[in-house]
Write a protein that binds this ligand. Structure first.
Ligand SMILES: NC(=O)c1ccc[n+]([C@@H]2O[C@H](COP(=O)([O-])OP(=O)(O)OC[C@H]3O[C@@H](n4cnc5c(N)ncnc54)[C@H](OP(=O)(O)O)[C@@H]3O)[C@@H](O)[C@H]2O)c1
Length: 226
């Protein structure tokens, strides 16, 4: 899989980005090519036309997008004649989801897989920062873009309640985070900055919390108190 930046959505750039990626990966084709985000300055007709041409040439096995709204998905689909959009990558996790829920619903009903990026809310759903004292600026910024600044304490309070649920249920909170996404019909794409985090996240994926725990987590993350 590879992506084209939202800054390179002109037809020649879509092609050149792919060729550059293929050369770096020493491959002839990729399974999935994603548009990182829409760019209001470039018509989707141009971008999607270029993607479909690459798909017809067999350089791209499937076409995907990221951070697309329902309107953008519908418009993008109108500019494809044979190919389909198979993936929409969205920021989607237990704590940050209200704004993309309509998109997730649309994708579910149109056979588009949601790949959930930031599944751990940048570490909060690994149980980090919950005392609120040392939340790094980067994590605060992610929260700020999606929430009003004064909602960060609430976000952390919900994180602490999820951590308590995890301890009571004897499962890692990260297992709850990943399997809630699976239960919602999406596929988590986690980040990791150290090999131990990859190991720990794969171990978390191998623990499947019961549905009643995931349902309880869903209510807690929406702000329901005990
Ligand atoms: N399409 C898009 O617009 C878009 C945007 C953003 C990301 N993405 C993609 O989605 C992927 C995941 O996004 P993300 O990095 O925001 O997701 P995330 O999984 O929510 O957060 C990853 C961060 O959480 C912390 N973490 C992960 N595992 C941990 C563990 N086991 N224990 C403690 N801390 C842990 C690490 O923070 P520290 O590094 O601080 O330790 C790590 O960098 C990215 O790699 C990227 O490919 C796509």
């Amino acid at each position: 899989m590879t992506k084209v930046s939202w800054e390179h959505l002109r037809a020649n750039q879509v092609r050149a980005s792919l060729i550059g990626s293929l050369e770096r990966m020493a491959r002839r084709s990729v399974d999935l090519y994603l548009v990182h985000a829409p760019d209001a300055k470039v018509p989707l007709a141009e971008t999607m036309g270029a993607l479909e041409a690459l798909w017809k040439e067999g350089r791209v096995g499937a076409i995907g997008v990221s951070n697309f709204s329902v309107e953008e998905l519908e418009e993008a689909a109108r500019h494809l004649s044979e190919a389909k959009i198979v993936v929409n990558q969205l920021r989607y996790n237990l704590l940050m989801r209200e704004d993309v829920e309509p998109v997730q619903e649309y994708c579910r009903s149109h056979g588009i897989l949601v790949e959930a990026y930031s599944p751990f809310a940048r570490g909060i759903l690994n149980g980090r920062y919950l005392d609120g004292k040392r939340v790094p600026r980067e994590v605060r910024d992610v929260a700020r873009r999606l929430f009003e600044p004064d909602l960060l304490p609430e976000l952390l309070a919900r994180g602490r309640a999820l951590q308590e649920l995890a301890s009571d249920s004897k499962v890692p909170v990260s297992s709850i985070a990943l399997h809630w996404i699976r239960k919602m019909g999406a596929a988590p794409v986690f980040g990791a900055s150290r090999p131990e985090q990859v190991d720990s996240n794969l171990a978390a994926w191998s623990v499947r919390p019961p549905d009643r725990v995931l349902d309880r987590a869903d209510r807690i993350a929406r702000g329901e108190r005990a």
